[in-house]
Design a protein around this ligand. Structure first.
Ligand code: TRP
Length: 330
């Protein structure tokens, strides 16, 4: 039996270096003769950020093009949209009956927001976000879910929900998934604030987008925050900026931090930053070219999504029908 690997990605913001080195770059590597890989775009999950219609559409198609540009083979492994398979939402509703307010209140994504600005104004969709995610996973009996660290808690909750459901109905109807963190993932921080994880920033230079032209990448790295120590050394405590740059360079070149420290031992930060920018530009160039080529052909991107949907829809339908029957929905 092939192992089923499943993961989803939200079409919010633009894809950036943090997301790329943190997870996406590893995604194509799960494709093998032993694995069956499902990648979908969690467009329903993106709605709680209230994107405009055109934004959502653009980002969704961008993501399809990025997944293909990264090397996901959509002929063998389906790429599909969460919103095109209604069973995700329907299973989410069923699972809402197997999860408590307490459990969902403890999910950090919600908890952080509620602590910051109160729970009163938080959207129900944000609160129940992890239940839809559980549905995404359990609908297809995924064995393995590669996610970033911040999503571990959601996969654990998915296991709890599945276990509870199975316990109540007396057999293994839902498969308990395992999470994995991609083997070579790097935790990339903002270039202008190395205390913060890299994320989209309005107008700032701290976040490198995959789409950035070479001169922009170069500029962003040249402005990266460093320190006054003047030595290229890995020390997250005292030199967080330089350490972040070392980590990026190591991730991109595949070399160890120690080797890189030695190579840049006598160099000033200017040369070092230049080298990091060049390595990133070199890594991204072929992917950017492929993205540009694919993104122009929306008809093709839509066709990829239709193919993905056709591949997974019947399985989703059958699983949901089985669960409804077991529950007693006539
Ligand atoms: N919540 C995930 C994120 O923000 C995206 C996601 C939605 C997902 N459904 C999923 C990931 C199912 C893995 C499996 O990154």
């Amino acid at each position: 039996m092939k192992k089923r690997v499943l993961s989803g990605i939200k079409p919010t913001g633009d894809v950036h270096l943090g997301g790329y080195l943190g997870a996406m770059r590893e995604w194509p590597k799960y494709q093998s003769s032993e694995n069956e890989v499902f990648y979908f775009i969690a467009d329903l999950h993106a709605l709680n950020a209230r994107p405009t219609a055109s934004e959502l559409r653009t980002k969704t198609l961008d993501l399809v093009a990025w997944l293909l540009a990264l090397g996901i083979d959509s002929e063998r492994n389906p790429i599909y949209l969460q919103s095109q398979i209604p069973e995700h939402s329907e299973l989410c509703w069923l699972l809402n009956n197997f999860v408590t307010m307490g459990e969902l209140s403890r999910m950090t994504q919600y908890k952080d927001k509620a602590q910051k600005s109160g729970s009163e104004g938080q959207l129900v969709a944000l609160f129940t976000y992890p239940v839809l995610m559980a549905a995404d996973i359990l609908l297809y009996g995924a064995d393995e879910v590669p996610v970033g660290e911040d999503q571990t808690q959601h996969v654990e909750l998915t296991r709890d929900i599945a276990q509870r459901f199975n316990g109540i109905y007396g057999r293994e109807l839902l498969k308990l998934p395992k999470f994995t963190h991609p083997a070579h993932s790097a935790r990339v921080m903002m270039l202008d604030d190395p205390a913060r994880k890299m994320s989209k920033s309005e107008g700032g230079d701290g976040c490198v987008y995959l789409m950035d032209p070479q001169e922009v990448i170069d500029r962003k790295f040249s402005r990266a925050v460093t320190d006054s120590e003047g030595v290229v050394r890995f020390n997250k405590q005292d030199q967080p900026g330089v350490s972040n740059l070392l980590e990026i360079l190591a991730a991109v070149t595949g070399e160890t931090i120690e080797v890189l420290e030695q190579r840049f031992a006598g160099n000033g930060y200017g040369d070092f930053k230049k080298a990091v920018a060049e390595a990133v530009i070199e890594e991204l160039a072929p992917i950017q070219a492929e993205f540009a080529r694919l993104r122009k052909d929306e008809a093709y991107l839509l066709e990829v999504l239709t193919r993905g949907k056709d591949r997974v829809a019947s399985e989703a339908r059958e699983k949901l029908a089985e669960l409804k029957q077991v529950i007693g929905l006539v």
